[in-house]
Design a binder for this molecule. Sequence first.
Ligand code: BDR
Ligand code: CA
Length: 314
Amino acid sequence: MKKIILFADPGIDDSVAIMYALLNPGIKVLAIVSSYGNVTKEQATDNIAYLLRLASRKDIPIIGGANSPSSGEIPRFYPEIHGEEGLGPIRPPMDVQGELTNFSELYNIIRMNQDVTVVDVGRNTSLAALFILGENITDVIKEFYIMGGAFLVPGNVTSSAEANFYGDPVASQVVVTNMDNIYIVPLNVTNKAIVTMEHINMIRKLTDNPLIQIMDEAMEYYIEAYKKLIPGINGAPLHDVLTLFLMVNPEMGSSIRRDVKILTAAEGRGTSIADFRVSSKPAEKNINIYLDFNYQGFIEDFIQVMSSTGNSRE
Ligand code: BDR
Ligand code: CA
């Protein structure tokens, strides 16, 4: 079982990723770090609190992450994809207000647990802060799974940049430069992790878990948003869920070991670069970029995990 700290900014695919993590018997969630990204940090926090309440998981702390990128600029949010409040048409009830645990608690959680995996499916500001504020902290973390980047394929915010790396490219560069045992899950693979309403309906028939009711409505919104964005698409990509899937099932994907750079300014802001020439050499440190995965295996696993009772009612 992998023990994870999940950095997220829910957002619909982040929310489904949180559900997937809570329900997956191969994952133990130690903490969720809430940050700005798809929505404000306050909204992300309430959304996480709502999901944890529905899953009856009072034991998982919500850690207060970043409010804005390290540049201090005002973040741009994406209501057209994730809804005004991040869960499509759904609003957490008024009495749900996430209580935040101080960021410094992360250091205790990491040191108290052996072999922690960090998964970041949002802007990388909080993860970079973990490194900047902590002494030798990254040496005790087993591995990092990062959803971000687009390598030689179009971006989703600019022609070449993906949203998470674009949001705080300086932080993303801090992460890829200073951490080791990194697995990057870019748009190259996540854009293909398409889940359709047929898949969701299948899951709905198999379970009456209240989390899944939320997923149903949120996914309907998310899929409609993607249909407007990409005519002819039959579902929507679950970027953040694929990242968790590959973290638990690394053999279901293939990756290449290469150094990664993220451009931090001007036209190229957020663009991720690696050398894929035949003559290029593997990175000295263990940094890997996923370029392919088993789609059928992903869908089967997704349906199975989401329709199980998992760890949700501990
Ligand atoms: C990433 O950006 C966010 O909108 C999604 O949640 C995902 O983490 C995809 O570019
Ligand atoms: Ca995300």
